[in-house]
Write a protein that binds this ligand. Structure first.
Ligand code: C5P
Length: 228
C-alpha cells in the first residue's frame, strides 16, 4: 500500500524562539521540514506529500523542497493545527482521489524512523481504520486543578504518549473532519469523537517532537547518530 502524507508545518514555532517558522529551522544545516519530507518519501510506502505551510511562506517552502529534489505540494495552513491538516487533506484527496491510506505527520517529528512510518501504513492497509504510534510514560502524571493542586494520579501503566505519523483509512479521516465540531491536538482525537476505534503500534524515541531549544539540541544529536 502506498499512502498520501499530509504534513502540518504551518506553526509559528514561538516556543523554539528562533524568529522563523519552526519548519524552516535548520538541523545540521537542513530545514526541519526538509528532513521530515525526506523521511516520509524514503520510507518506501508514501506516494504523495502535501505540506501545510505558514501562509506567508508558501513560496519559500515550495522552493526549499524543490531545491532538495523532494516532490511535494505546498498549501497555505490555517489558524491552528486542525485547520492546517483540514486544508492539506482536502488538497490531498483531490490530487490523489483513489488513495486509501492517509498519514498525518508533524513536520516537527522530522527524525521518525522509517520502520515506524511503515508499521503505521501496514496496520491501516491490513484493515485498522485508525493507527497511532505510542510510547509508555516514563514519568508519573498528575491531574491538577486551576491553581496547580493535585486532583488525581492516573494509573501510569494505562497511559501512552502519542506520536505521528497517525494513519487513517481515507474515508474515516474524511468523516472525522466533516463531523468533528472543533479542534483537537491530534487527528486520532477527532476519529475517537466519531466512535471509530484507534489502534496503537510502538513509537520510537527518535519520533520526538521538536518544540523547545532543548529538543533542537537533542534532534542535532539524533541526526548525527542517524548520519553515521
Ligand atoms: O504547536 P505544535 O508543536 O503542537 O504543532 C504541531 C504541528 O502542527 C507542527 O508541525 C506545526 O507546524 C503544525 N501547525 C500547523 N498549523 C498551525 C499550528 C501548528 O500546521 N496553525
Amino acid at each position: 500500500a502506498r499512502a498520501v502524507a499530509v504534513v502540518p508545518a504551518a506553526g509559528r514555532g514561538e516556543r523554539l524562539g528562533y524568529g522563523m517558522p519552526k519548519a524552516l529551522v535548520p538541523v545540521r544545516g537542513t530545514a526541519l521540514l526538509t528532513h521530515a519530507v525526506r523521511g516520509l518519501l524514503n520510507a518506501g510506502c508514501v506516494r504523495h506529500v502535501v505540506v501545510a505551510a505558514p501562509p506567508a511562506d508558501v513560496e519559500v517552502v515550495a522552493a526549499l523542497l524543490r531545491d532538495a529534489d523532494l516532490p511535494a505540494d505546498v498549501v497555505p495552513g490555517g489558524a491552528d493545527r486542525t485547520d492546517s491538516v483540514r486544508r492539506a487533506f482536502e488538497h490531498a484527496v483531490k490530487a490523489v482521489p483513489d488513495v486509501r491510506v492517509v498519514l498525518v505527520h508533524d513536520a516537527a517529528r522530522a527524525f521518525t524512523p522509517p520502520s515506524v512510518i511503515r508499521a503505521v501504513v501496514a496496520a491501516v492497509a491490513s484493515g485498522a481504520p485508525a493507527v497511532i504510534p505510542v510510547l509508555p510514560m516514563a514519568d508519573t502524571v498528575k491531574q491538577v486543578d486551576f491553581d496547580g493542586t493535585v486532583l488525581a494520579t492516573p494509573d501510569r501503566s494505562a497511559l501512552r504518549v502519542v506520536q505521528t505519523p497517525q494513519g487513517f483509512a481515507t474515508d474515516v479521516l474524511t468523516r472525522a473532519y466533516a463531523e468533528a465540531g472543533d479542534s483537537a491536538t491530534d487527528d486520532a482525537g477527532l476519529v475517537e469523537k466519531i466512535g471509530v476505534p484507534v489502534a496503537t503500534v510502538p513509537g520510537h524515541a527518535c519520533a520526538m517532537k521538536v518544540t523547545t531549544p532543548f529538543d533542537l539540541a537533542i534532534a542535532e544529536a539524533v541526526l548525527a547518530g542517524q548520519e553515521n
